[in-house]
Design a protein around this ligand. Structure first.
Ligand SMILES: Cc1ncc(COP(=O)(O)O)c(C=O)c1O
Length: 382
């Protein structure tokens, strides 16, 4: 039988799967997009239905640059932006243009597990760089640079997936310096930068593009809707040229001109900004709920830092517990999560698990954490 799914995940109705790192269906901006389409589609204009400008629609880039200048609190030049079909596409294209099979990529341990899949597609060898509570450990990075020559370093500077860490400014600066010193590129995945719930993180790695080593990757997936498949790269002009002149856009034209035309309206009208403010309030509320139930139901059994941005709680389990084994038992409790091992390029982190608070509303979060608590209490060796 053919697979008639429309969305990436389809969760059985009785299951609560905190493994899903996506916005809930209730949060997606259907009305906003309907209004944007009503503004934009007059049935006469056809420009956005043709092949797009290679770098991305100029008017859209201008609106995006204004939005980012506000969000980053520093001027962003529209000419420094290349429009992509999301962060995954940006990362994949970066690998296509700048790496060869067998090259080394440095990635934090833990890191976003699906970036590891993209590196595998390109035949890259991942060298894990240890992290601490402030993200990638720079001393460990410098140690690794004594024995390995990376082509690329992949980092999620703010509200990291999965562990939520944010690199302080000093580490960001040092990363950029090391890239110049050791001649590698940095793919900075900044998709959570604008999803800050308490204080703004330090300037994005986009701040350090001048040396032509930093590819700052952003996306509308976490701030508007993943199904738009729309994002951007910010980089120094010569580096950006490589993307703008790639075979991909030479043949297919700029990426997603039609979607860009609609999202341009959302940016120009301030709807994106309003929506993002609403999204932040909703996520803060979901964090409050998840944090409270985790304390009530699992206090003492797990340890974590309350997320200050992004989508995730990253739990450390009591000694002797294994989240992969727990996962095998979890379906009986109708609860799901991502086991830590998925975020390790070395098959480690068995004592960790990731919960997303973005997909479910408050009542479901409560019920799901209770189920998780029952599971953990039964499995706890202590
Ligand atoms: C760190 C990180 N990068 C990239 C992505 C995917 O982004 P996009 O939808 O823009 O491809 C995700 C989504 O979960 C993510 O967490």
């Amino acid at each position: 039988m053919s697979d008639l799914r429309t969305t990436q995940v389809s969760v059985p109705p009785d299951m609560i799967d905190f493994g899903i790192g996506q916005p809930g269906f209730d949060l997606l901006p259907a009305r906003l997009m309907q209004s944007a389409a009503a503004r934009r589609l007059d049935g006469v204009e056809t420009s956005f239905l043709n092949y797009g400008a290679e770098q991305g629609d100029g008017f859209f880039r201008q609106a995006l640059a204004r939005f980012l200048s506000d969000g980053y609190d520093e001027a962003v030049d529209p000419d420094a932006l290349f429009i992509t079909a999301g962060a995954s596409n940006a990362l994949d294209l970066t690998c296509t243009l700048f790496t060869r099979p067998g090259d080394v990529v440095f990635a934090a341990e833990p890191t976003y597990f699906l970036a590891l899949r993209i590196f595998a597609d390109h035949g890259l060898r991942v060298v894990p760089i240890p992290t601490d509570e402030q993200g990638m450990n720079i001393q460990a990075l410098e140690d690794a640079l004594r024995t390995e020559r990376p082509t690329l370093l992949y980092v999620i500077p703010s509200f990291q997936n999965p562990a939520g860490m944010t690199l302080p400014m000093e580490r960001r600066r040092r990363l950029a310096e090391l890239a110049t010193e050791y001649d590698f590129l940095i793919a900075a995945d900044e998709v959570y930068h604008l999803l800050a719930y308490t204080a703004a993180p330090p300037a994005p790695m986009a701040h350090f593009t001048a040396d032509g080593r930093v590819i700052s990757i952003g996306s509308f997936s976490k701030i508007l809707a993943p199904g738009l498949r729309l994002g951007w790269i910010q980089a120094e002009p010569a580096l950006l040229r490589r993307f703008v002149t790639s075979g991909l856009v030479d043949s297919g034209g700029g990426l997603n001109p039609f979607t860009s035309a609609l999202v341009r309206v959302a940016l120009e009208e301030g709807w994106q900004e309003e929506y993002l403010a609403r999204l932040r309030r909703t996520y803060v509320h979901r964090i409050d709920v998840m944090d409270a139930v985790l304390r009530e139901e699992l206090g003492g059994l797990v340890d974590y830092t309350r997320p200050a941005g992004g989508f995730f709680f990253w739990l450390a389990l009591a000694p002797g517990m294994d989240s992969q084994r727990l996962q095998a038992a979890a379906s009986a409790y109708q609860v799901g999560f991502q086991p830590g091992v998925r975020f390790s390029s070395r098959g480690k982190l068995h004592d960790r698990l990731r919960l997303s608070f973005a997909f479910y509303g408050e009542d479901t979060i409560r019920e799901g954490v209770s189920r998780l608590a029952r599971l953990l209490r039964v499995q706890d060796p202590g």
